[in-house]
Design a protein around this ligand. Structure first.
Ligand code: AHR
Length: 691
């Protein structure tokens, strides 16, 4: 028999065959030893959070609960999502006008020029591929409108199903003559319809102008007005996220500088929030979305409120005077950076200032006199190179001078090895030579094999330098599928984040959401359509890690009797051309892997030990789990296991929980016990200590 081999953390010792069908064999001779009596090190309470970006219709048409698309007629195709309605012998014209608009920020509006009212002349909005309404639910319809002196009728409103059957209706009344006015009323749906439309019709001849046509469900998450979809937000709440990063992502940078995200455009009356085109309109060949816009209805006030509702720390990311470095590469000259720096300072005041400060007063006026207690701020998204390091310190100094308690998130760029490596190296060279940083935002989208090989990535990280924020990551399996294989590779990698959480302070998977049929980027954490939602296997990995984050990480060794060379895992590299990024470098020779990936810690409040074990291989593996320094355990233990029959398995609307965690209670006789870890699995064991 071969001698047991071990290293401080793991020992690498097996053949990587995770993509072969499971043979049913159980590999034995593995020992996981946990120093449960050691003090260990504190795990960052922020470790696992959420990255949010309006990509894949994540905000408008997604999390933001507005059901009308193009409500302010500001899409380049101004009639997009609308159709003309003529009832009976009604006749007239629809036109887009800009003369004396409701406001100058969204200058376009719709004019109904009604020659004959018949049974009603007007317009229908079809939402985002239909408006989904549920029987018995109430929806608030609203409009801004005005009429000329010739118009003596009303504007009616109705929800109709695909066949024209009226589901709910009401009357907005007579529009004011000459001046803009607004009206809102509740519509209670009599039946459920998946593809309803909102119909506004005028009842008399004359001219009627309409703007900001809106339909909002009464029941949003926490019933917030102008709030977010309850089912999607519940998925976020169920993840128990420690923080919420918003609003991105590349959207912060913009394709070019005029397209960049400006937080000040996103607060206050929604009618006054200037719509912007979404940079993901145009990002990816063959997946263009030319009518993808940002209404900013889900704006910075709503984000902060959502953080509060989720119990997550807010992490806003702001533009640092640089547009997307993959696209326009536009730069704000250094001597013109002041307004950008001021935006950052004003944001902290908006979040935390009291009502006597100008921006604190704005927050209070929006209905939140208490501060949002902002503690972190990102300067730039995925920026890199000398141009970033000329700009970033200007922000850092200004923010720290006024708000020394705010922790700054600094970009390191994308890419981690191969052709991209210089970006990370340059950033870390800067930090080592004196550029200050609190948290360094590293991004990596790599094949599953990379995540397995990089579970030790932070083992040698400097504990005294800036902390790591693994701010965007995802394993990109073949065809960029949301497979169990990808999720398990992420789990293996995340054991390294927990083990090194005295150096790694935060992590978040990216992107978060995708709307089926409206996707620009895969894989993603959460899939949805207008009525349904499911989590990918990666979603469950993120949720399980967040819900089982120990307070203290303990030393762990994994020993194995076998010693075989590692083989290359199929599954990568990522499909080329996703975002005009440089091609991935050739796959390097595989590194040896441990027999199992494991990390352990203490949940102080629950008085429990948490043992997290990842088996990314195609064979089940039996291990002896030995808890050193523990005398007595309660006999009832529970394992939460995420696995499925095949590493290729994914979830879907039809089988949303094909790959989902299952609870498996089991008995332990003492502090050393044997456990079988299923093929392609993440297992989280909780053990009650009786001492
Ligand atoms: O997560 C998708 C994109 O990947 C983000 O917008 C960007 O920061 C990264 O390149």
């Amino acid at each position: 028999m071969k001698a047991l081999r071990r290293s401080k953390i793991f020992f690498a010792s097996t053949t990587l065959a995770m993509f072969a069908p499971a043979l049913g064999a159980v590999e034995v001779g593995i020992r996981i030893e946990i120093q449960a009596g050691e003090p260990g090190h504190a795990v960052s309470p922020l470790l696992h959070g959420i990255f949010f970006e309006d990509i894949n219709y994540g905000a408008d048409g997604g999390l933001y609960a507005e059901l009308v698309q193009n409500r302010s007629f500001e899409h380049a195709e101004h009639f997009y999502a609308y159709g003309k309605v003529t009832r009976g012998d009604a006749a007239g014209d629809l036109s887009i006008e800009t003369e004396q608009p409701l406001n100058t920020k969204n200058p376009h509006y719709l004019r109904l020029s009604v020659r004959k009212a018949g049974q009603g002349f007007g317009v229908a909005n079809y939402g985002y591929g239909g408006i989904a309404v549920k029987a018995g639910e109430t929806y608030f319809a609203s409009v801004h409108f005005r009429a000329d002196a010739a118009f003596t009728g009303d504007v009616n409103v109705a929800l109709e199903d695909e066949t024209g059957r009226v589901i709910a209706d009401g009357c907005f009344g007579a529009p004011p003559q000459g001046e803009w006015g607004s009206f809102s009323l509740p519509l209670k749906a009599a039946v459920t319809a998946l593809h309803a439309r909102l119909v506004l019709t005028a009842t008399a001849a004359g001219r009627v102008d309409l703007d900001v046509i809106s339909l909002f469900p009464e029941h949003t998450f926490k019933n917030r007005p102008n709030g977010v979809r309850a089912d999607l937000a519940q998925m976020l709440a169920d993840m128990k996220p420690a923080f919420l990063r918003f609003p991105g992502g590349c959207i912060v940078e913009g394709m070019d500088l005029p397209n960049r995200y400006r937080w000040k455009d996103t607060i206050g009356d929604v009618a006054e929030r200037p719509q912007n085109w979404n940079r993901w309109q145009d990002a990816i060949r063959d997946q263009k979305a030319p009518q993808y816009y940002q209404t900013y209805g889900l704006g910075f006030f709503e984000y902060f409120q959502l953080c509060e509702d989720l119990g997550a720390e807010p992490l806003p990311i702001l533009n640092c005077g640089m547009a997307c470095q993959f696209q326009s590469k536009q730069l704000v000259p250094l001597e013109q950076l002041d307004p950008f720096v001021q935006d950052a300072l004003d944001l902290v005041e908006f979040a935390n200032g009291d009502a006597s400060t100008p921006w604190g007063a704005k927050r209070a006026a929006l209905g939140h006199p208490a501060p949002f207690n902002l503690k972190m701020l990102g300067v730039g998204n995925e920026q890199w190179g000398e141009q970033y390091f000329e700009r970033y310190p200007i922000f850092y100094q200004a923010i720290k001078a006024k708000y020394p308690g705010i922790r700054i998130v600094t970009g390191a760029g994308p890419g981690v090895d191969g052709g991209d490596s210089d970006r990370f190296k340059l950033a870390w060279g800067k930090f080592k030579s004196g550029t200050p940083a609190d948290l360094v935002d590293e991004h990596y989208y790599r094949p599953p094999q990379w995540f397995l090989e990089n579970a030790t990535r932070y083992d040698a990280q400097d504990r005294y330098g800036p902390k790591i924020f693994a701010g965007e990551f995802a394993a990109h399996d073949r065809n960029r599928r949301n497979s169990l294989r990808a999720a398990i590779a992420e789990a293996a990698f995340m054991t390294g984040l927990v083990r090194n959480s005295d150096a790694v302070a935060m992590s978040s998977y990216a992107p978060l959401f995708t709307k089926a049929g409206a996707t620009q980027w895969t894989p993603d954490l959460i899939w949805f359509d207008n009525t349904r939602v499911y989590g990918s296997p990666s979603y469950y990995v993120q949720a399980l890690f967040a819900k089982n984050r120990p307070d203290v990480a303990l030393p762990v060794t994994v020993e194995s009797a076998t010693s075989e060379p590692a083989a290359v895992a199929p599954g990568g590299p990522p499909a080329a051309g996703q975002d005009a990024k440089p091609a991935a470098a050739p796959t390097p020779a595989p590194l040896p892997l441990p027999a199992l990936f494991a990390v352990a810690g203490r949940d102080e409040r629950a008085g429990e030990l948490i043992v997290t074990v990842v088996n990314p291989f195609a064979d089940a593996r039996e291990a002896d789990v030995a808890l050193r320094g523990v005398v007595r355990l309660a006999p009832d233990a529970r394992a939460t296991v995420l696995t499925s029959a095949s590493a290729d398995d994914e979830n879907s609307f039809e089988s949303p929980r094909k790959v989902a965690p299952r609870e498996e209670p089991f008995k332990v006789a003492g502090p050393t016990f044997t456990h079988v870890f299923a093929a392609n699995s993440l297992t989280i064991i909780r053990l009650k200590v009786r001492e």
